[in-house]
Design a protein around this ligand. Structure first.
Ligand code: NI
Length: 169
């Protein structure tokens, strides 16, 4: 297993639209293990393959307190979303230190393959529902700050570029 570098906003590679995973083979299983390790190390609750510069439809999530309920979604498809929506505070490992409100469906049902390549259906609400929607956006090349006003987004962009420049010193 290995820790993977996480792309940071405004890296244009974060806007790549991911392609479906063709086969859940040894390469994908190794990628899942590395993404889980990277997510836990970074204390995140979700990570999309897009964020580690792999542009295939794969997400890992763990919203549990104990950090022992890993959820793997390969080629996720939205089956149903609740008409009710609410604004929740979100953050992202690709936009460190930034938290802001995004409107999401309260509940969502998705079908996907699990880490073994078996089909499963996940019915989610609460934090898990928010996290799934956030991560599925990544696979479409969308970062949560794109829901914010252009003014806020530009402020975040400037802050990120400055922080990344300081990191390189
Ligand atoms: Ni994110």
């Amino acid at each position: 297993m290995a820790l993977l570098p996480i792309l940071c906003f405004p890296d244009p590679k974060l806007h790549t639209v991911a392609k479906p995973v063709q086969q859940v083979d040894a390469r994908i299983k190794a990628l899942i293990a590395d993404m889980l390790e990277t997510m836990y190390e970074a204390k995140g609750i979700g990570l999309a393959a897009t964020q580690v510069d792999v542009h295939e439809r794969l997400i890992v999530i763990d919203v549990s307190e104990e950090r022992d309920e890993a959820l793997v979604l390969i080629n996720p498809q939205t089956v149903w979303t609740s008409p009710e929506m609410h604004i929740n505070e979100e953050g992202c490992l690709s936009v460190p230190g930034v938290y802001d409100g995004v409107q999401r469906h309260d509940a969502i049902t998705v079908s996907a393959l699990d880490g073994q390549g078996k089909p499963h259906t996940v019915q989610a609400d609460g934090l898990l529902a928010v996290c799934i929607q956030h991560e599925m956006d990544h696979l479409m090349g969308k970062v949560f700050v794109e829901y914010l006003s252009p003014l806020k987004r530009n402020r975040i962009k400037t802050k990120m570029i400055k922080a990344q420049r300081e990191d390189q010193r």
